[in-house]
Design a protein around this ligand. Sequence first.
Ligand code: NAG
Ligand code: NAG
Ligand code: NAG
Ligand code: NAG
Length: 328
Amino acid sequence: MNSKIIFTALLALLLSSSLAQQNNPQIEALNQYIEWIKTNPKVFINDDEKLFRQTVFLENFQKVQDHNSNTSHTYKLGLNQFSDMTQEEFAQKILTNHSIKSSSQKLSVSSSSTSSTSIAASFDWRTKGALTPVKNQGNCGSCWAFSATGVMESFNFIKNHVLTSFSEQQLVDCVTTNNGYVSYGCNGGSYQQALQYASKVGMKTESAYPYIGYQGSCKVSGTSNGYKPVSFSFISSTTLALQTAINASPVSVAIDATNLSMYSSGIYNNCNPSNIQLNHAVLAVGYDTQGNWIVKNSWGTQWGQSGYFLLAPNNTCGILDDPLHITA
Ligand SMILES: *[C@@H]1O[C@H](CO)[C@@H](O)[C@H](O)[C@H]1NC(C)=O
Ligand SMILES: *[C@@H]1O[C@H](CO)[C@@H](O)[C@H](O)[C@H]1NC(C)=O
Ligand SMILES: *[C@@H]1O[C@H](CO)[C@@H](O)[C@H](O)[C@H]1NC(C)=O
Ligand SMILES: *[C@@H]1O[C@H](CO)[C@@H](O)[C@H](O)[C@H]1NC(C)=O
């Protein structure tokens, strides 16, 4: 209650006086909130909810300030659409509580991708027109569907020279346990199951089956609905295998994104290697000369580096644990 009163008093002061001009950190934080809420408009169910969100925002803003003031960190934090969510809410709503790792129907690991063909010192599919614009999954744990459309869009571009955006909503609605798949719509799922489905049914385009961000009934039937991946396989869990695969096409990967929500730029490495939960699916689209992975996310362009982020080399955040690529 105390903080509620203090907050309300500060807010009143801020709105009614020239204190905003002064160099007071609390006033600065409130100012940040007022700016942030303009670009992230919210509907609050009541005043308590509003106050709670403001308090969470102020705590997160403090974390951003503290983190960024330490120059030994390799990445920066920033404000974004998740700034008024607690880490627990973020994990529950945006990440998946089902492990991404496909246990039951594990495909064979392709051996060709580990052969010592020469690979580029760095690679970036963003510069080759192989990627659709960054998308936004909203408040739905459908990352797996975005990773799956991403890997199909790129492979289709490389093979057929057309860049077509595919429908995540089709995957969310149709790759379901009712249809015999091990995948759970907005509660998480599997890009491997999505590719299995797409290889049989075919992919609708984004405009033909637009994204709404919650699970509905499956609106496709038959088996000729568009692009179909012909074959796909997991890649062995080494840096060389993933780099080799990326030289051929972008790759679906699963990572631990528990601490990723407030990332804004730089090389992300804040995962505990002894406790990796694969709770987010993304698309590996390149690597730089230092071996950092270039990754496309599905949290919109306001997040991270225009929607992308860099992960430190090797198996940071579990990126080598479950990589899947299309081979034909
Ligand atoms: C700054 O970050 C480094 C690396 O994460 C850490 O070891 C160090 O304790 C931090 N320093 C402060 C003052 O928090
Ligand atoms: C995942 O979260 C959803 C929604 O909160 C819940 O219904 C489901 O039971 C959870 N699944 C697991 C495996 O925890
Ligand atoms: C998230 O960050 C905290 C603080 O740096 C750290 O203690 C924790 O291990 C991290 N969680 C994961 C899953 O990496
Ligand atoms: C991590 O990657 C770097 C650069 O690619 C490499 O030199 C190093 O040997 C790797 N370390 C491990 C533990 O695999």
